[in-house]
Design a protein around this ligand. Sequence first.
Ligand code: TRP
Ligand code: SF4
Length: 326
Amino acid sequence: MKGRILSGMRPTGKLHLGHLVGALDNWIKLQDEYDCLFMVADWHAFMSEYENTSELAENIIDNVADWLSVGIDPKRSTIFVQSHVAEHTQLHMIFSCITPLGILERCPTYKEQMREINTRNLNTYGFLGYPVLQASDILLYKANKVPVGQDQLPHLELTREISRLFNNLAKREVFPSPDAILTQSPKLLGLDGRKMSKSYLNTINLSDAPDEIVRKISTMFTDPQRIKLSDNGHPDICNVFSYYTTFAPELKNEIFDGCSNARFGCTECKKRLAQRIIEKISPFQKKRTELLKDKTVISKILEEGREKASFLAIETMRQVRKAVNL
Ligand code: TRP
Ligand code: SF4
């Protein structure tokens, strides 16, 4: 028996290079080894974006187009939209009843978002239960592995806790205790050196046109001590250099030496990097354009995904109801 994986992304905007190296590259590899389910977490997006949903439907299709174009394979993996499988909310309801308030209120991601996000009103009943819905996503399919970023570890901890609480209540092992699979690649920073995020306007999107990529990379912060072309650079503190490590490891040594000995300037260094990134993502973009030509292709894939996911979800809910006499 292959292990089962479930992972998801919230469709809150265009996908960027951070999603590629932080999640998608990992998902693609995991398809060989595991039975994978990849989910568009539209209800999770709704929890924080309910006041502004005009782009939600568009983002779902757009993100799935990116997943498919980078190599998420609908023949091997189940690709579906959370809200298409109603059982997520049913399990969420039952988990809500058994999850103590304290563990949600203490959750570090919750506390951080309540502190930092002031552009949206997150002071709601639903948002507190964000990790309860996430636990439902994972346990509905009895996934035992969950590829996520470091920031999601508290949610996985809560998933295990909720699984344990339910199994105790039911006096039988209905649910597994899933583990995280962390991405190995170092975090990709945004153009300005902060975390790459849509809300910081510092992303390079998978769908950006080549001239846009050149322009964006030209704005990247570099070694602040390198003012003149003849100044020796310090690649180890330069974000552009860290992009080389990720996107062109074969040029790493050459760039390191050349920068340290002032053999070329930052403008040239950035142009070469932009070229490498364009080369890397242009095959994805070709595939993406192809996919988006016929809108029915993606909706068909999502419909097949819904069917496969529902099949598993319905069986789990049958067991759950039986276990608690509902
Ligand atoms: N909370 C995750 C994020 O913001 C998205 C998500 C929703 C998810 N449900 C999931 C991730 C289940 C893994 C498993 O990135
Ligand atoms: Fe950074 Fe390249 Fe400039 Fe060196 S030459 S400081 S690596 S941008």
